[in-house]
Design a protein around this ligand. Sequence first.
Ligand code: PEP
Ligand code: MN
Length: 263
Amino acid sequence: ASREFKAEDSVFDLGRGVKVGGGNLMLIAGPCAIEGEEILLEIGKAVRAAGANVLRGGAFKPRTSPYSFQGMGEEGLKILRRVGDELKMPVVTEVMDPRQVELVAKYTDIFQIGARNMQNFNLLAEVGKVKQPVLLKRGMSASVEDLLMSAEYILASGNPRVILCERGIRSFDKSTRNLLDLAIIPNAKGLTHLPIIADPSHATGRPDLIPAMSYASIAAGADGVHIEVHSCPEKAMSDGPQALLPPQYAEVVKKMHQLAEVM
Ligand code: PEP
Ligand code: MN
């Protein structure tokens, strides 16, 4: 992962002509969880029209409580695949367990490793063996070195396409869900050739803060942004309170492109 190994920025193909790195912005959007085909298609159409180039949706959800909705599982993966194909967008979804990697590989274009699994080394080694790129989220209390070492596990197992993601770290201030560590973006860029994106949705947990933090991420040099969008946040089965509405997301994308031009 080190710049000493490879000096120039890595640029990866994500599927369907979408690239990340070297000035190409990876704009991931969609609901936290896949909840059904009709609603995913509705949200997918809206985020694609707004300028998103990767559709997200969780089929296996890492919920704090075992009694919360855990995701639709394989049925959800099938829905995500169908909607991605219909909209001609690459899709990203989380894999939580090494035993699920083979199953998820049948349906997804990009694997997501969630914050809670950033140091699940067996899982990292397993996604190191797939052909799809991997979005690796920073653990809630992981240092930049920890994050890069986790990326190294995936690279060392044979998968060169790792995209890092800052999604906020734990802090004392409960007014935001987590604390967006913007400095890790230029910090990581000094150390690694891998692309790094920001996730202001999980970092702040607050729709009112997501636009400003999206712009700040682009200004800090992020290679993209990951934002949860839902057409009916009150009815969302997970993370509804942090979701942007499609028109709000469209505004954010427009301004991020304007900002990226002057950066
Ligand atoms: C998510 O992307 O829905 C998610 C659970 O993210 P994180 O692993 O960053 O909490
Ligand atoms: Mn979420």
